[in-house]
Design a protein around this ligand. Structure first.
Ligand SMILES: Cc1cc2nc3c(=O)[nH]c(=O)nc-3n(C[C@H](O)[C@H](O)[C@H](O)COP(=O)(O)OP(=O)(O)OC[C@H]3O[C@@H](n4cnc5c(N)ncnc54)[C@H](O)[C@@H]3O)c2cc1C
Length: 402
């Protein structure tokens, strides 16, 4: 595999750098830096989304005819890497990376015309209704039902851990339309408008004090039969297509490497509490070096996957490998950030729902204020999108043939 960028790729990298220098405002970088959560809040993320859309760059992973960029996999990698280096906010994946590609792949021409432009221009904000109380890893056991009455489905049940459901105006949901067949065969993929009396969203506060996830209750909620993606009972194949995108759709390494470099810089000045800067503490230095090597190795794996994609092959179970490694290295980086900061990290940022109006006084730098929130929030990275154990099972079965 040729790891060098071609002259065309280098020219593309310059174009991306110029665009970022001119169009990424400091206030969005600032908002992204202070975000403890997996997704930035919509007011930050959607502003960047709209800037990218006006350039035609918001959906690199869609087919060109549906509004994608037509970039090669290497160009997509360069774009992600440059965005990470520039400190751009991460975009909400729910529309762009999850339901968008599903509609591109399985939607009718009418569904594409109706939904895709509103994802691109940021008018619609989506959430993902897969998990249920009792059906997470064993997703196919889901119990939320939908029955067809005339030209609409009537939906009853509940979804849980629904990220940003409180911001969303649409939800894509897996529902059971037939309980008499094998469990995977009775599942259908529906799109439902959130703004209706049959849908109630209740918040779940995380241990970091953030409101990102929710439980969503459906009580005779309705959606038109025109909002079914694929045939009735075909939802499981669509669900799996989406999960592959969720697990391997983005490159983890660029942002990890950027965070590790920032830690290395700070380690030169941050006191170890014993003798000199923490950069001179052998144990800390070893762990930081290992995290960097792991992130570099992951970057090569991601480039290897890109090379496969460039040959027209599907990413397949390698996405599980990337998800497993990316989320674990991310958690190690979060832990090293706390170690670096010592007791300065024993705080959560101000103005969080956890505190109400009783925000305590901040200690130390802004960097210290976000470290604990990020650490606590990112514990979920090895759970959502399929837990570590589930990824290991997939790798064991499909890659190692065990
Ligand atoms: C922050 C956050 C955001 C989320 N956002 C969304 C969202 O927007 N939409 C959505 O639909 N879902 C979302 N989820 C749900 C997420 O996908 C599930 O939490 C995840 O799939 C695990 O399911 P579970 O919570 O039911 O745990 P369980 O499936 O009950 O797992 C419990 C434990 O058992 C282990 N385990 C389970 N099965 C096996 C097995 N076969 N072999 C070995 N170990 C096993 C798991 O690894 C885990 O450690 C989110 C979760 C979190 C934490």
């Amino acid at each position: 595999m040729d790891m060098d960028f071609s002259p065309e790729d280098l020219a593309f990298r310059e174009e991306v750098r110029d665009f970022l220098a001119e169009n990424l405002p400091d206030r969005l970088k600032d908002g992204a830096r202070k975000t403890p959560g997996v997704f930035v809040e919509p007011d930050i993320g959607m502003e960047w989304h709209k800037i990218l859309n006006s350039k035609g760059w918001v959906a690199p992973h869609w087919p060109k005819e549906d509004g994608g960029t037509g970039w090669t996999p290497t160009q997509k990698f360069i774009f992600e890497k440059e965005c990470a280096l520039a400190g751009a906010p991460g975009l909400a994946i729910l529309g762009l990376r999850l339901v968008g590609p599903v509609i591109c792949e399985f939607g009718t021409p009418e569904q594409k015309a109706r939904f895709l432009p509103k994802i691109l221009n940021g008018e619609d904000y989506w959430c993902q209704g897969y998990s249920e109380p009792g059906s997470g890893s064993d997703l196919a056991s889901l119990k939320t039902t939908a029955r067809l009455e005339g030209d609409q489905y009537v939906v009853n049940g509940s979804k849980i851990w629904t990220t940003h459901a409180h911001h969303a105006n649409w939800i894509f949901a897996l529902v059971r339309t037939d309980a008499t067949v094998k469990k995977q065969a009775g599942i259908t993929f529906l799109l439902l408008p959130m703004d209706q009396p049959g849908i109630e969203v209740t918040p779940i506060m995380s241990m970091s004090g953030d409101h990102e996830v929710n439980q969503v209750f459906f009580t005779d909620a309705v959606t038109s039969v025109e909002n079914r993606i694929g045939e009735e009972g075909a939802g499981w194949s669509i669900a799996k297509f989406l999960l592959e995108n969720e697990r391997g759709g983005s490159c983890f390494a660029p942002r990890l490497l950027q965070s590790i470099d920032r830690l290395a810089e700070l380690a030169d000045t941050q006191p170890s509490g014993v003798n000199g800067a923490i950069a001179h503490d052998a144990r800390f230095r070893d762990r930081l070096a290992k995290a960097r090597l792991d992130a570099e190795a992951l970057e090569f794996t991601e480039l290897r996957i890109l090379a496969e994609l460039a040959k027209g092959r599907a990413p397949g179970p390698q996405t599980s490998l990337v998800k497993l490694l990316g989320s674990n290295i991310g958690q190690e980086v979060d832990t090293l950030r706390l170690e670096l900061l010592g007791h300065d990290a024993l705080q959560l940022p101000l103005e969080r729902p956890l505190y109400g109006n009783e925000a305590p006084e901040a200690i130390g730098s802004e960097f210290a204020q976000i470290a604990m929130g990020r650490y606590l929030n990112n514990r979920a990275a090895t759970i959502f999108g399929g837990s570590d154990e589930v990824q290991k099972n997939i790798i064991a079965k499909t890659v190692l043939g065990l």
